[in-house]
Design a protein around this ligand. Structure first.
Ligand SMILES: Cc1ncc(COP(=O)(O)O)c(C=O)c1O
Length: 434
């Protein structure tokens, strides 16, 4: 297989895997392993694609990066330079976005259980939107805003009651979900009245996010249908024209060479068409439409480099190839059986026909990175690259077994690389202990 067909930033030269024209075996030697390598060029290409297919194509639209997918100061700056907002879901993510210099007006603050401190922090710093999903929070926002003399722009996250076709752990739009407000009229009317009557809340509209890594557009369209009916109902019942609609993220990416490369337009175009048709039918104005992609921007831009530490063959059963990272830098296979593709970076030209199980180094049998993957006669000290690790790897990393979190190196298409996040040290891990 030509690796560049799977990942256009990857190539094979001199029997080594290159990323953005840089020898990954040299990156591993220079920065150590495990190592997250993230292509800034790939991120910028994705942003530019979103501009072309959404922001420039449709008026009154916004794109916001769901930074939970991968949040560093560097990436926040890049995203802000690209003209996108940043979605945060905790005081910590908000702190980092502000430190990176992101314009607070472009920040969206989410969360199903925000603390009072977080709300106060967000309101004090004038975040652009608070997305609320419970009524108690409305009262708290109201009180804090009154005390600080602010008016808060707020959207409701709704539970559209649709099942998305993805792993149940990353499905969020069904009725039985901890996210969002249910749309039974009794509940809904209390919420709407509460915000419309509030002197300190500028009610901007509705938000939904139905899940992640979704590869068909049916669930987005079904959820959108529910939201548009709500817009029409709010207009009819309260005479209020909802100014904004945020349709979330969740657009699927490629993890395996056989995965389809789904065009963003496949999601966007029918949604924009449906919004136009339904708002015309209900005689209400088109709202401003926002999207919140995380994985779609960062997922395929990242690879992780590991060093092989052990090769163990159990006759008639399988060969385990143990690497120097694992579930501490990539929890997704253990958390929801996520599948990944891997390559022997220092033997990239060789045939990859030794089928092995790529195992992590943690004291958990479930710490398996990739099951049944073909590698090139793996031996200790080989470098293995795992692809599409940009999203929900670094941001979900842990110190289980007191394993320091890896460094992040950013690459650019002109063959340059820079350290973006240094490797954690043993001292870092003890820094909080008294
Ligand atoms: C509210 C919200 N918006 C956006 C996203 C981003 O999802 P994805 O990375 O699949 O695009 C998430 C992810 O969980 C989310 O909870």
């Amino acid at each position: 297989m030509d690796i560049s067909e799977f990942n256009s930033h990857a190539s094979v030269r001199f029997n080594h895997l290159f990323y953005d024209g840089i020898d990954t075996v040299e990156l591993a030697a220079q920065y150590g392993t495990p190592l997250y390598v993230v292509s800034e060029s790939a991120v910028r290409e994705r942003c530019s694609h979103i501009r072309k297919t959404f922001l420039d194509k449709y008026p009154n639209t916004r794109a916001v990066y769901a930074s939970k997918a991968f949040q560093t100061l560097d990436i926040c700056r890049i995203i802000a330079q690209e003209g996108f907002g940043v979605d945060v879901v905790s005081g910590g993510e908000l702190y980092a976005a502000l430190k990176a210099g992101v314009d607070p007006e472009t920040i969206i603050f989410h969360g199903n259980a925000k603390t009072l401190d977080e709300l106060e922090y967000a309101i004090k710093h004038n975040v652009g939107r608070i997305i609320s999903d419970n009524i108690r929070e409305i009262n708290e926002v109201e009180r804090i805003a009154a005390r600080l003399g602010k008016k808060v722009k707020l959207l409701y996250r709704i539970t559209p009651g649709v099942d998305s076709h993805t792993h149940r752990f990353i499905s969020t739009g069904s009725l039985d979900s901890k996210f969002g407000i249910p749309l039974d009229s009794s509940v809904r009317n209390d919420y709407i009245r509460a915000v419309l009557n509030s002197p300190h809340i500028d009610f901007r509209g509705f938000h939904f996010h139905i899940g992640s890594q979704i590869r068909d557009n049916f669930s987005h369209l079904a959820a959108l249908g529910v939201a548009l009916k709500l817009l029409a109902d709010v207009h009819a019942d309260y005479g209020f024209d909802v100014p904004e609609l945020n349709v979330g993220g969740g657009f699927g990416i490629r993890y395996l060479p056989g995965d389809p490369d789904i065009e963003l337009a496949y999601f966007i175009d029918p949604m924009m068409q449906l919004i136009r048709i339904e708002t015309e039918k209900a005689r209400i104005p088109m709202p401003m439409v926002s999207i919140e992609p995380g994985r779609w921007i960062i997922g395929e831009a990242g690879i992780t480099l590991y060093q092989v530490r052990s090769v163990k063959t159990i006759p008639g059963i399988r060969t385990y190839v143990g690497v120097d990272g694992g579930m501490t830098d990539n929890i997704r296979p253990a958390l929801y059986e996520a599948k990944y593709y891997a390559l022997s970076a220092n033997k990239a030209d060789w045939s990859h026909d030794t089928v092995v199980t790529l195992a992590g180094k943690c004291c958990e049998s479930g710490d398996i990175l990739v099951k049944d993957i073909g590698l090139a006669e793996p031996k200790p000290t080989d470098v293995v690259a795992v692809f599409s690790t940009g999203a929900y790897n670094h941001s979900m990393a842990s110190n289980y077994n007191r394993i320091p979190r890896p460094a992040v190196v950013m690459t650019t298409a002109d063959g340059k690389h820079r350290l973006s996040v240094r490797r954690e040290t043993y001292e870092d891990m003890l820094a909080r202990e008294i």
